[in-house]
Design a binder for this molecule. Structure first.
Ligand SMILES: *Cc1c(COP(=O)(O)O)cnc(C)c1O
Length: 390
């Protein structure tokens, strides 16, 4: 036992900005746009970056600093910046690191808006993206071009909960001197720390399990200090900063992340095991089910299986929609990682705009249902799923 290296749970609770003159126990909310200077010299030195201090809340704020410090400790990162949403974190990270004409190699199974950004927005600056399938890591080296800068991936993937080999991605990135960026939203730093496997930057949509209660949007990028300096300068001048209020909420939420995620995972495994026994279900995907194609890999790189379960109901799109219509207690909603269990039907909603062929390539069949398992009593979750299946 030692107080020099605190454990994950303790860091999540005890990482805190300095107390004010009022000696409050819990960090207060700093609703201030700017900060005052002692004199002209203090002001000059602060603007010259000779001092590590708050100047203006687009650059930094005590609440965002506390949130970022916690995520850095939890991910094992050197430095970070907090954003208004997960997508502003993804966009600002790309925009800060890439130049016109650069090339990204991305997993095909990434968040819908990330894919839209790569396909429709980044090409405005002549930044192109080539995709690889999650079971084709061997072809990544053949996709590398002289202008390739970044390898980008998520694991587990949304909505099919496939697992990518992070260590292998780390080796490829190191060998070819590419920046490996991992969106770690589905796992949270509690279940998986991509930097240990060679990632240079880790992105989160804090909107999901980090908030965990469906209240605020937020995002964060953490990682290597030299890369973060570029992202910081880009962001401080373009304005995607997280609000102090949302940072305050998210920093408090991190204090309970380990206990919440433990329970989410316990409930999710029970939901997955329950669905596996049902006749009307073709297939259940959950990283910690032995039947998952990458079960061993999931066990190697994740502490627990996460809170998302995907399953395929027999009867295609119509059966999927009927199932959702029969749900009584659980929510039909676009979010995930909430205390409330959320059920979605990707083929008719989030992925409806994809051509069927592309949809099937990412494992999204007509009958695929995604459940973000919440913290209700698991018996109530199972009862609702059971009656909806019947
Ligand atoms: C939700 C999500 C995002 C986008 O985050 P927002 O906070 O909604 O902008 C990015 N990546 C993944 C994996 C997500 O689930």
């Amino acid at each position: 036992m030692s107080l020099e290296h605190l454990s994950f749970e303790t860091e999540a609770i005890r990482t805190q900005i300095g107390r004010s003159q009022y000696l409050e126990h819990s960090a207060p909310l700093f609703l201030t746009s700017s900060y005052v200077f002692e004199d002209a010299e203090d002001m000059r030195a602060s603007f010259a970056d000779e001092k590590d201090r708050n100047i203006y809340s687009r650059y930094s704020n005590p609440n965002t600093t506390e949130f970022i410090d916690k995520i850095c400790k939890m991910e094992g990162a050197e430095r970070g910046y907090a954003f208004a949403s997960g997508m502003s974190a993804v966009f600002s990270t790309f925009a800060a690191l890439l130049n016109a004409g650069d090339h990204i190699i991305s997993s095909q199974s990434v968040f819908g808006s990330t894919q839209t950004m790569c396909n429709n927005i980044l090409p405005k600056w002549n930044i192109s993206t080539t995709y690889f399938k999650i079971d084709e890591l061997d072809i990544i080296e053949r996709l590398i071009q002289p202008n390739t800068k970044v390898i980008y991936a998520e694991s587990p993937t949304n909505p099919a909960v496939d697992i990518l080999d992070l260590e292998r991605l780390g080796e490829i990135a190191a060998k070819h001197n590419l920046i490996l960026i991992i969106d770690n939203c589905f796992a949270t730093p509690y279940l998986q720390q991509p930097i240990k496997f060679g990632a240079h930057l880790v992105i989160h949509s804090a909107t999901k399990l980090i908030d965990g209660q469906g209240r605020v949007l937020g995002g964060v990028t953490v990682g290597r200090a030299d890369l973060m300096q570029k992202i910081y300068l880009f962001s401080r001048n373009t304005g995607p900063a997280l609000s102090p209020f949302n940072a305050w909420i998210l920093s408090k939420s991190l204090e309970t992340l380990p206990v919440r995620v433990d329970k989410h995972c316990e409930n999710a495994l029970k939901v997955a095991e329950f669905l596996e026994q049902k006749d009307k279900v073709n297939m259940v995907k959950y990283p910690f089910l032995k039947s998952h194609p990458q079960y061993k890999l999931a066990k190697k790189q994740m502490k627990l299986g996460g809170n998302v379960v995907a399953f395929e109901i027999k009867g295609g799109i119509d059966a999927g929609r009927t199932f959702l219509n029969n749900i009584k207690l659980l929510s039909l909603s676009a979010n995930l990682g909430d205390t409330r269990t959320i059920v979605t039907h990707p083929a008719s909603t989030t992925h409806a705009k994809l051509a069927e062929e592309d949809r099937l390539k990412t494992g999204i069949t007509g009958g695929l249902v995604r459940i973000s398992v919440g913290l209700e009593n698991v018996n109530d979750i199972l009862s609702d799923l059971d009656q909806a299946l019947r």
